[in-house]
Design a protein around this ligand. Structure first.
Ligand SMILES: *Cc1c(COP(=O)(O)O)cnc(C)c1O
Length: 337
């Protein structure tokens, strides 16, 4: 299968499976899993934080960050399109008694500081306590500029807010900007990173922060049922991903660009080539085109994508340049029967 649905569909390579197979293990709830401990120590140091926590998913890492920064009756400000607002089942409200305060994302994915300022509540018992600003990078494949992150840091300091980054795909941002990951992470009080997307691990995310913040998050992780036992098999895969699968994300970006150009030449599909969207291609599909039928046809030929009027196609380590050419050929053929 050539699977364009997401970079979450990546499968561990042979070398990654080997390190999982031979990883030293223990009970991580007792703090006894050497592979988890090694990953957490490595991740904290690598990203410039005092502490790190291996979590079962990006959703869990984000929820733990919100619950560690905020108490019951507090609120966090985020984008209307933020994953940790829109796509995580309302977890902060449901499980954390934390109120989200979304503001509209700008077209580049950023949040406007004037709108953010207006959303901060005065210190008055009518209001929730505004505690945290949460950003996302990449967002919809788009990279937030480093200068924007620096301004966000200044803004949160001036307004006594903490600053969290949902960095599920933050390595795509670092690779696209050609900067070391710490040029991004250093602006934040906490960062979550998915190991199981473009980085290619089967399971797991990291939460990075201060010792106090991570200790609080660790407590909530246990409460939420996220205390895993011999998790080192998974941590070893995540560690391998960080050490071997970062620089190759550039290939995914080149492939996405190539796909965008080819797709844009096909009648009925329009891609805005002025926008760079790392490993994601967004194509507007013409009204008269039955994208659902097309998806069914291509599925029968071994190609998967989620049929939508704004089509999102994602490149990853399971997709080669040849796969893209095959997809374009089959798509063209399907459109001309
Ligand atoms: C995928 C994703 C998450 C959640 O990760 P899961 O491991 O799927 O729970 C969080 N934030 C962003 C931006 C994501 O893309």
């Amino acid at each position: 299968m050539i699977d364009f649905r997401s970079d979450t569909v990546t499968l561990p390579c042979k070398a990654m499976r080997d390190v999982m197979h031979t990883a030293p293990l223990g009970d991580d709830v007792y703090g006894d899993d050497p592979s988890v401990n090694t990953l957490e120590a490595f991740a904290a140091q690598r990203h410039g934080f005092a502490s790190a926590l291996f979590c079962s998913s990006g959703t869990q890492a984000n929820l733990l960050a919100l619950m560690a920064h905020c108490e019951r009756g507090d609120e966090y400000i985020c984008g209307q399109n933020a994953h940790n607002y829109k796509f995580e089942g309302g977890g902060a409200a449901v499980l954390g008694s934390i109120q989200p305060q979304p503001v509209e994302n700008e077209s580049d994915g950023s949040l406007c500081f004037d709108k953010l300022r207006a959303a901060i509540k005065p210190d008055d018992f009518h209001f929730a306590n505004t505690r945290l600003l949460s950003l996302e990078n990449t967002i919809g494949g788009k990279v937030l500029p480093i200068s924007y992150l620096a301004k966000a840091r200044e803004f949160t300091q001036a307004n006594k807010l903490a600053l969290h980054l949902d960095g599920a795909r933050v390595y795509n941002a670092a690779v696209a900007l050609q900067v070391d990951i710490t040029e991004i992470t250093r602006h934040f009080d906490s960062v979550s990173i998915c190991l199981s997307k473009g980085l290619g691990a089967p399971v797991g995310s990291l939460l990075l922060g201060s010792v106090a913040l991570i200790n609080k998050a660790k407590r909530w992780r246990k409460v939420l049922g996220g205390g895993m036992r011999q998790a080192g098999m998974l941590a070893a895969a995540g560690h391998f991903a960080l050490e071997h699968n970062v620089s190759r994300l550039a290939d995914d970006h080149v492939n996405a660009r190539y796909l965008a150009q080819l797709l844009n030449e096909i009648e009925g599909f329009h891609v805005d080539l002025a926008k760079d969207t790392t490993n994601m291609v967004y194509a507007h599909v013409a009204e008269n085109l039955d994208i659902h039928a097309l998806a069914q046809q291509l599925k029968a030929q071994g190609i998967l994508f989620s049929p939508n009027k704004t089509l999102r196609l994602v490149t990853h380590l399971g997709i080669t340049r040849a796969d893209i050419e095959l997809f374009i050929a089959k798509l063209t053929a399907a459109l001309h029967v």
